[in-house]
Design a protein around this ligand. Structure first.
Ligand code: ATP
Ligand code: PH2
Length: 168
């Protein structure tokens, strides 16, 4: 058994439907522990593109880290993901942020095919805001408490991550 934190993002097509379908699929797998609400977030990175909807989920189940990545890829495929420009627009992106074993030890990996913890999560308000909202005690292994990482980001980056679900 392991526990994983997954970051979900979409900025093409029916963004909310893609995120909700992925979350429902994880629920149907029997692995969903917690989910954030959906947030609208400005695009992070060098590519000019539409705003994203993002969410974070916590899952627990009988998979290892590679197994969670494989499931993430299946969910992306199910959402019809085709484009693959790095940091470019997509119908669904599922990143594995961190995986912990039953001993509570975080998995560390430098493999480019699966780097853990995710090497850019600590600088992404679109990951940290939803994650902090669903678990205010969360820790990103090797980086510190999620609430402290958020406090270290430019306030305007954090303020730009807006709860979306209650508006719709
Ligand atoms: N922790 C991780 N979670 C998801 N994918 C990862 C991870 N570490 C490495 N990868 C690899 O990154 C590859 C490219 O993924 P993707 O196209 O989603 O990157 P990206 O979302 O554009 O960038 P970023 O990784 O900065 O979010 C995937 O095929 C996967 O094998
Ligand atoms: N706000 C936001 N920006 C992004 C996202 C994302 O999920 N949310 N995913 C990206 C793909 O690498 C690139 N930029």
């Amino acid at each position: 058994m392991s526990r994983a934190v997954l970051s979900l993002g979409a900025n093409l097509g029916d963004r909310a439907a893609a995120l909700r379908a992925a979350i429902t699929a994880l629920e149907d797998d029997g692995v969903l522990v917690a989910r954030s609400t959906l947030y609208e977030t400005p695009p992070w990175g060098p590519v000019e593109q539409p705003p994203y909807l993002n969410a974070v989920v916590v899952v627990r189940g009988d998979r290892d880290a590679a197994g969670w990545l494989a499931r993430a890829h299946e969910l992306e495929q199910a959402a019809g993901r085709t484009r693959d420009v790095r940091w470019g627009p997509r119908t669904l992106d599922v990143d594995v942020v961190t995986v912990t074993g039953d001993d509570d030890r975080p998995v560390h990996s430098d493999d480019p095919a699966l780097t853990l913890p995710h090497p850019r999560a600590h600088e992404r308000a679109f990951v940290l805001v939803p994650w902090d909202s669903l678990d205010p005690t969360a820790v990103l292994p090797g980086r510190g408490r999620v609430s402290d990482l958020l406090a270290a980001l430019p306030p305007e980056d954090v303020a730009a991550v807006v709860r979306w679900e209650h508006l719709h």
